[in-house]
Design a protein around this ligand. Sequence first.
Ligand code: CP
Length: 317
Amino acid sequence: MSEPVWQRGDLLGVAELSTAEILHVLDTAESFVEVAARPIKKVPTLRGKTVINLFFEPSTRTSSSFEIAEKRLSADNINFSTSSSSLSKGETLLDTARNLEAMAPDLVVIRHAHPRVPHALAERIAAGVINAGDGAHEHPTQALLDAFTIRRRKGRVEGLKIAIVGDVAHSRVVRSNVLCLTRLGADVTVAGPRTMMPEEPESLGARVVYSLEEAIEGADVVMMLRVQLERQARASFPSEREYFEFFGLTAERLRGARDEAIIMHPGPINRGIEIASDVADGPWSVILEQVANGVAVRMAVLYLLAGAKSGADGTMP
Ligand code: CP
């Protein structure tokens, strides 16, 4: 008998995923899409499982998407943020984790400002850990939902020209996406101002250019990144107006991309800085589809991890 494709109990980064595992998540997510269209948006798949959501950084999309995914799978869930937990009283993360562990959760979803905190947590607790974003390191479920959105819109990822543009240095989204999309056979280019590139940009594993026009020439997919002012000691560009002038996506600039190129953004959008409103809200924007698809992809991840922890074989019920 062949080994099941998915045997992981944690999802810490795309770096550790094989192409087969990425495709397995995307295929599993396809089977959860239709739950959102049901009058009663619920399946019993994770009934009796407990999920803890720990968000130590602000989040709208990821936190609400995980919470909805957990509820649609009938899991019991509780949410902690820094302000609502005893971390604000000085408790260490490890003590918090040990105390949460004592309540026997099955899965813990964590976002943290420091890279590899989810990895450290996974080494210390028995529950499955899902990285919901660790500093500028990785955001694996964002990359999986982005790949899922591209595949649904374009029918494939392999062979597509994908441009990822903006604040590359501070973005966990770009790291996870380059790993995920190149593993699926896409031709990925990253672009941004030199002041917003990491020290060794080639180590990202994609073509690197310093011009938006050059990056999006002939692109099938244009993914814009948020300017992450909260991760910069001081702004890496002289003014918002100047950033938009050189790296903002406008309808005029988009003419360089292929006809029917889709426009993506992980959110939250800084309108008029990274992207013009008429492009963000225009016919080729799939930004809200990314959000909708995020629920199905996170349902798939929760389902696969819970199954691996309980020894199930990962096939759909
Ligand atoms: N894309 C994303 O991670 O958005 P949030 O910060 O709102 O979760």
